[in-house]
Design a protein around this ligand. Structure first.
Ligand code: HEM
Length: 488
């Protein structure tokens, strides 16, 4: 056979292979045609607008190709409820890819595959968080103590144009660090600041273009391209957590657990004594530490930054919240978490911030544990599911004011707080956010303490704030400066 014929045959075969790989199976949700190698990645541009556009063309359940891997995007309350709640177990697995395998290895909490290990670790973590005071006074005390440091730091910057990003991240991260690792970090601590920087960059890159490219083309691992930053940041974060774990192993007093790591090490002792076939081991502990640190830092601090930005943009709403806070607080230093029950307006404002900001717009990817029917389509076992949580937050059929910041979205005529089904910042169902209660408590207590002590403004000299979020697994506002005026 001549070389040219052999080459032609090769191309035809390759084309057929691509065509087969990129042809949607029978009964699979429709979607845009996909390119070889990249699938639909180049059309998506990594933002929500493109998903919205595709949904207009293909409906609330449609499919895209990430490379050669098909994924089903689910939008709208009806189909999201079915995926997350009604058929929650069928959709409760997590997909794995190259980076997830390096970082989590299907262990821990967030990217653990559905099964006994994930169930036991989720149950253990929830109960440990509860025992360390979540829902009880001592958890509140940790947050209130951290608020005192935060207020002091803000006060030191009262006469400057102030960027709150790092201090808010540090204060929020200190809460999960205190529960999980038994320590907090000073705001001036340069080492911890570098860890937070690495974490921030890691989250943006892993789910951005370079992370996706590496997942697609593993051979680029050793090329000197931007994705090397991902490996560098993983190394920094792993070294930080590894050191904490080693310190705990050396210094803990058995029978007297001080934090989450100690509790887990106690569990390991117990399992060894009982000789049980356990799912608890050191690798799982490490991944749980990583998951709580990562999931508990960026999401909550981004939510608080959004709270500040929206209050700067709406000084009248800021004032109304402060009035309600002061009325309930009376002469006390700060509010208790249970005071929220009598504060419908402030609660509505915080929920409205979460709705408008949609901090975790696409949740975390799910995957099917068996073949399952959804909206007349057949989704095969192992399919990646992308739940577009943000889609319900701006749905015109669900909200009084879908496209404006308006706390009335969560209030009835009498000014009482109403429960809205289409509000899913923490997702729902068996795989929903494990830190929801902790995050709610942090946001309420940090927010009300800041408002008690300061008024904050947009500096007159700057152009009006830009609320376009920086897209990522957690959407942050663009960095902004504010002016703080102390009230106490
Ligand atoms: C405002 C703050 C937060 C938001 C908006 C948020 C949102 C979310 C969302 C949307 C998911 C994915 C749920 C799904 O797959 O259906 C998730 C999962 C998770 N979150 Fe959060 N989260 C926040 C704070 C926290 C905190 C403080 C922690 C710390 C413990 C935490 C720990 C987790 C964990 C461990 C998971 C994985 C649960 C599992 O797969 O079983 N989150 N979160």
């Amino acid at each position: 056979m001549e070389l040219s014929t052999a080459l032609l045959l090769g191309f035809v075969l390759l084309g057929l292979l691509w065509w087969k790989k990129l042809t949607r199976p029978k009964g699979f949700p429709p979607g845009p045609p996909a390119l070889p190698i990249f699938g639909n990645m180049l059309q998506m541009g990594f933002n929500l607008k493109d998903l919205r556009k595709m949904s207009k063309a293909y409906g609330p359940v449609f499919s895209i190709y990430m490379g050669f891997t098909p994924a089903v995007v689910v939008r709208g309350i009806k189909d999201l409820k079915e995926v997350l709640v009604t058929k929650g177990i069928e959709f409760a697995d997590r997909p794995q890819n190259r980076l997830i395998k390096i970082v989590s290895g299907a262990r821990g909490l967030v990217f653990a595959t559905y099964g006994r290990a994930w169930k036991e670790h989720r149950r253990f973590t929830l109960s440990t968080l509860r025992n360390f005071g979540l829902g009880k006074k001592s958890m509140e005390e940790r947050i209130c103590e951290e608020s005192t440091y935060l207020i002091e730091e803000l006060r030191n910057n009262k006469d400057t144009l102030y960027d709150p990003h790092f201090v808010i991240s540090n204060a929020v991260s200190n809460i999960i660090c205190s529960i999980a690792f038994g320590k907090r970090y000073e705001y001036e601590d340069p080492t911890f600041r570098n860890i937070l920087k690495a974490l921030n960059e890691h989250m943006k890159m892993v789910f951005g273009f370079w992370g996706q490219l590496y997942n697609l083309l593993g051979f680029i691992k050793y090329l000197p391209l931007a994705h090397q930053k991902i490996f560098k940041n993983i190394k920094i974060i792993f070294a930080f957590l590894g050191k904490i774990l080693e310190e705990h192993k050396k210094s803990r007093v058995p029978g007297q657990p001080q934090d989450y790591i100690d509790c887990y090490l106690e569990e390991l002792d117990k399992e060894q004594e009982d000789g049980n076939q356990s799912t608890f081991d050191e690798e799982n502990l490490f991944t749980c530490m990583l998951d709580m640190f990562v999931a508990g830092t960026g999401t909550t601090s981004a939510s608080l930054e959004w709270c500040l930005l929206y209050m700067i943009l709406h000084p009248d709403i800021q004032e109304k919240c402060r009035d309600e806070i002061n009325k309930i607080r009376g002469d006390r230093e700060h509010l208790d978490y249970e005071d929220r029950v009598g504060m419908p307006y402030t609660q509505a404002v915080l929920q409205e911030v979460q709705r408008c900001a949609s901090v975790v717009p696409l949740g975390a990817p799910h995957s099917t544990i068996k073949d399952v029917q959804l909206n007349s389509y057949t989704i095969p076992k192992g399919t990646v599911i992308i739940p577009d949580l943000s889609s319900v937050h701006y749905d015109e059929s669900q909200w009084k004011y879908p496209h404006e910041f308006n706390p009335e979205n969560f209030l009835n005529e009498e000014g009482d707080l109403v429960k809205v089904d289409s509000f899913l910042p923490f997702s729902a169902g068996p795989r929903s956010c494990l830190g929801e209660n902790l995050a709610r408590m942090e946001i309420f207590l940090f927010f009300t303490t800041i408002l008690t002590h300061f008024k904050f403004y947009w500096p007159d000299t700057k152009p009006p704030p830009d609320c376009t979020p920086v897209f990522g697994p957690s959407q942050t506002p663009k960095r902004f400066l504010m002016r703080l005026v102390p009230l106490t």
